[in-house]
Design a binder for this molecule. Structure first.
Ligand code: PLP
Length: 456
C-alpha cells in the first residue's frame, strides 16, 4: 500500500477496490476539451498517426485478401459492424430517455477473432512493410511483391514474438506465420488450452511460462533482445499496436454517419471499452478524441480482480502500481483482461481524456454473455462482456449523475448514444462457449430468486 501515492479522495475508491465491490470512478482530471496527451514516451503523436495507421490497413487490402480468403467479401477490410441494440438496451435496463445503445461488434473481427486484430495485425504489417521496402521486395505503392516466394523466404529469417494471455498471441501468431515469419508466442500458464492448440496448428511456437501475464511478456522481451533478427511485439509499450487500435475511430465515424447518428455538444457519445493493459481501449479513445473532441466520453471496464488501469489513474505521481500492491490477486475468468499492471504510456495519454473506469465481477460477465446471446444473438467471450454495465453506471448511479452534471450533459441524455464495445469471441470452441452460456443462465436465475425472496 505505501508504494501508492494516494490522495484522500482516492482512499475510498481503493478501499472499495480491495473489497472487490463493483464501482464507477470518474476522472476529475479530464480536460474541458477532452483531448489526450499527444505523446508516447518521447515521441509526439496525433491525428496524422491515426490516419497513417488507417492508410496502412488500406494499402494492405489486396495482400490481406490473398492471405485470408475469409476477407474476400469485405475486400480485405478487417472491420466489424456497429449494431443498434434495442433488445440489449431493454435487457440491461437502460431506459429510452437515457439514450440509444449500440454494440461495436469486434467480437467477430475476422482473422484474429478479437479486438487484437486491430493492433496486432497493424504492428506485424508495419514490420513486414518496412523490411520489404528496405530490401527491395515491394514499394509503398505496390505491396504485391511482399507475397513473392523470395520475400517469404527472406521473412523466414526473422522471428516475430509476443507475450500474451491469449488473444494478442492469436492475432500476432496468425498474421506473422501467414506472411512467412517465424512466430513465437509466450503465454502464461493459465492461458486457455484451445488458444495454444489453435496457434500450434499454424506452426506457431507456443512457450508456456509459469507465472502471470507480465512474466510472460518479460520472458519474451528478454529472449528477443538477444537476437537482431527478432521483432518483439510489446503489449506494454508498443506505439504501433496503439495506433493500429486508434484507426478504429475513423471507421466508427463513418458507421455513425451511415446510421444517422449525430455527435455534437447536444448529442454526446459514450463509449465503453473492456480494458486489460490499456493499449486497445486507450488507442481507440485516442482516435475518438481526435475525431469527436469533447463530445466523446470513453469509459474503461476492468474485472474486480484486475483494476490495473484504474489504480494507475488514481496515482497522480505517475507511479505504475500492480493490483497485487493493493492486495488483489488478478484471478479472473476474463482472460483477455487479466493484467496486473497497466501500460504506462497508455495511462499517460488518457489522464486528461478518460471519462472514468468501472469494475465488474466475474459472475456478472457470465450473465452478460447469456444476455448478449438471448437479446441480440451475439456470441461473445466473458472478457468481451465487461463493458455492458457502462450505460447503467453512467445513467443510474450517483457517481454517473455527478459526471453528467459536471460536463453539462444531464439535460441532453435522451439524445445521447452509448456504444458498448464487444471485444472477442469468434473462435471460442462451442463446448467452452456453452459452458459460459449455461453458467450465465444459472447465475441470472439465482439472482432473480434472490430478488424474489427479498421482495416477499
Ligand atoms: C486484449 C483484450 C482487451 C483489452 O485490450 P488491452 O490492450 O489489453 O487493454 C479486451 N478484450 C479482449 C477480448 C481482449 O483480448
Amino acid at each position: 500500500m505505501d508504494r501508492l501515492h494516494l490522495t484522500l479522495a482516492s482512499a475510498d475508491t481503493i478501499a472499495a477496490l480491495q473489497a472487490r465491490r463493483p464501482l464507477l470512478w470518474t476522472n476529475l482530471g479530464r480536460a474541458p476539451d477532452g483531448l489526450p496527451a499527444c505523446a508516447w514516451g518521447e515521441r509526439s503523436i496525433g491525428m496524422a498517426d491515426v490516419a497513417a495507421a488507417a492508410n496502412r490497413f488500406a494499402r494492405f487490402r489486396h495482400v490481406l485478401c490473398r492471405l485470408f480468403p475469409e476477407l474476400e467479401d469485405a475486400g480485405g477490410v478487417i472491420e466489424s459492424p456497429l449494431i443498434r441494440a434495442s433488445f440489449l438496451q431493454e435487457a440491461l435496463g437502460v431506459r429510452p430517455f437515457a439514450g440509444h445503445v449500440f454494440v461495436k461488434a469486434d467480437h467477430g473481427l475476422p482473422v484474429a477473432g478479437s479486438i487484437k486484430a486491430r493492433g496486432g495485425i497493424h504492428e506485424v504489417l508495419e514490420f513486414a512493410e518496412h523490411l520489404a521496402v528496405a530490401h527491395g521486395f515491394a514499394s509503398e505503392g505496390d505491396l504485391a511483391g511482399l507475397l513473392s516466394p523470395e520475400a517469404r523466404e527472406f521473412f523466414g529469417q526473422y522471428q516475430v514474438s509476443v507475450g500474451s494471455t491469449g488473444n494478442l498471441g492469436l492475432s500476432i501468431g496468425v498474421i506473422a506465420s501467414a506472411l512467412g515469419f517465424n512466430a513465437t508466442v509466450h503465454m502464461s500458464s493459465d492461458a486457455k488450452q484451445w488458444k495454444k492448440e489453435r496457434l500450434r496448428k499454424r506452426n506457431v511456437a507456443v512457450i508456456e511460462h509459469s507465472g502471470d501475464y507480465a512474466a510472460a511478456v518479460a520472458a519474451g522481451r528478454r529472449e528477443a533482445e538477444s537476437d537482431a533478427k527478432s521483432h518483439f511485439v510489446d503489449d506494454e509499450s508498443s506505439l504501433s499496436l496503439f495506433l493500429g487500435y486508434s484507426a478504429a475511430a475513423l471507421a466508427l465515424k463513418s458507421q455513425l454517419q451511415a446510421s444517422g447518428v449525430v455527435v455534437d455538444e447536444r448529442h454526446p457519445l459514450f463509449v465503453y471499452l473492456p480494458c486489460g493493459v490499456g493499449g486497445a481501449p486507450s488507442g481507440i479513445a485516442f482516435g475518438l478524441a481526435h475525431v469527436f473532441g469533447p463530445n466523446v466520453h470513453c469509459f474503461f471496464a476492468e474485472p474486480v480482480a484486475s483494476p490495473c488501469f484504474l489504480i494507475s489513474m488514481l496515482d497522480p505521481s505517475g507511479g505504475n502500481p500492480a493490483v497485487y500492491d493493493i492486495g488483489l490477486d488478478n484471478q479472473t475468468e476474463a482472460d483477455g483482461l487479466a493484467v496486473p499492471r497497466a501500460s504506462v504510456h497508455a495511462v499517460s495519454t488518457m489522464r486528461t481524456a478518460l471519462g472514468g473506469v468501472f469494475t465488474v465481477d466475474d459472475e456478472r460477465l457470465f450473465q452478460h454473455v447469456h444476455t448478449a446471446a438471448v437479446a441480440e444473438s451475439l456470441r461473445i467471450e466473458p472478457s468481451a462482456a465487461a463493458a455492458f454495465d457502462g450505460p447503467r453506471w453512467l445513467t443510474s448511479s450517483d457517481e454517473g449523475a455527478a459526471y453528467l452534471e459536471r460536463h453539462g450533459l444531464d439535460q441532453c441524455m435522451a439524445n445521447s448514444t452509448h456504444i458498448v464495445w464487444t471485444t472477442g469471441g469468434l473462435f471460442v470452441p462451442e463446448s467452452e462457449y456453452q459452458a459460459f452460456f449455461e453458467r450465465g443462465a444459472i447465475s441470472k436465475q439465482r439472482m432473480q430468486e434472490r430478488a424474489g425472496s427479498i421482495g416477499r
